[in-house]
Design a protein around this ligand. Structure first.
Ligand code: SF4
Length: 231
């Protein structure tokens, strides 16, 4: 199968970029969701929808909802440490406005930026299996397809990076993940598409020094230089 055909095969209809609340494609994650609904009935406990305008030029792709973060609040990266660093950085660089209060009910708005996850349901220990990553990729592919102005993608971590590459039907060996890397992705249309890589802004990565806030800011400095100021 050539690259174009492979991309088309993984791409559902434009309207299918949000899974059903009870999506059962990943039995282990569906069972985990059921357990969490019983234990924490006030939590979201469902696939987490994309956040931000579909017409944004920048799409940020994370790994999966954190159990007590997005899985609790229902908004990507909201309510845990990773969100504290991400939203603080987005506000600093003009990709968000309002006040982030770690709640889906705050008045934070994304500006020319949207956020999704490679896997939409919270996995145990934050570790989705390869089958679950593959199973949720059609929703990522549809999100990419449904972004008419997309120019730049920021992959937070290797899993997000690899799922994006596969969603476009490209070979991983030709586009290796590396923190701070910038990749030009060929597209079927004439518009250019740049993929930026960063280590995931998780508490583990920052606590261990894998990713410092300065390293994260440096990626956003390059993003801003590439995209220019918001108009
Ligand atoms: S991770 Fe994605 S494909 Fe799997 S059950 Fe959740 S929404 Fe469905």
């Amino acid at each position: 199968m050539n690259r174009k055909a492979a991309a088309a095969a993984t791409r559902p209809e434009r309207s299918n970029f949000e899974p059903e609340r009870d999506c059962s494609s990943c039995p282990r994650l569906a069972a985990y969701r059921t357990t969490n609904r019983v234990a924490e009935p006030q939590w979201h406990n469902a696939p987490v929808r994309n956040f931000g305008p579909a017409e944004a030029r920048l799409l940020i792709v994370g790994l999966a909802p954190g159990l007590r973060g997005a899985n609790r609040t229902g908004r990507p990266f909201t309510g845990d440490f990773a969100g504290d660093l991400l939203y603080q950085t987005l506000l600093e660089f003009g990709f968000a406005k309002g006040v982030y209060r770690a709640s889906a009910e705050d008045d934070l708005q994304l500006v020319d930026c949207a956020i999704t996850n490679a896997v939409r349901c919270a996995p145990p220990q934050n570790k989705p299996t390869p089958a679950e990553i593959n199973g949720c990729r059609p929703f990522l592919a549809a999100t990419l397809e449904a972004a008419p102005n997309l120019q730049v993608i920021l992959a937070l971590g290797r899993i997000a990076h690899e799922s994006i590459i596969r969603a476009y039907g490209l070979k991983l060996s030709g586009v290796p993940f590396a923190h701070g890397a910038e990749h030009f992705l060929p597209r079927m249309d004439a518009n250019s598409l740049l993929l930026f890589d960063s280590y995931h802004c998780s508490r583990y990565n920052t606590n261990t020094g894998v990713l410092t806030p300065q390293m994260f800011r440096a990626v956003f400095i390059r993003l801003r230089e590439t995209m220019g100021a918001n108009t």
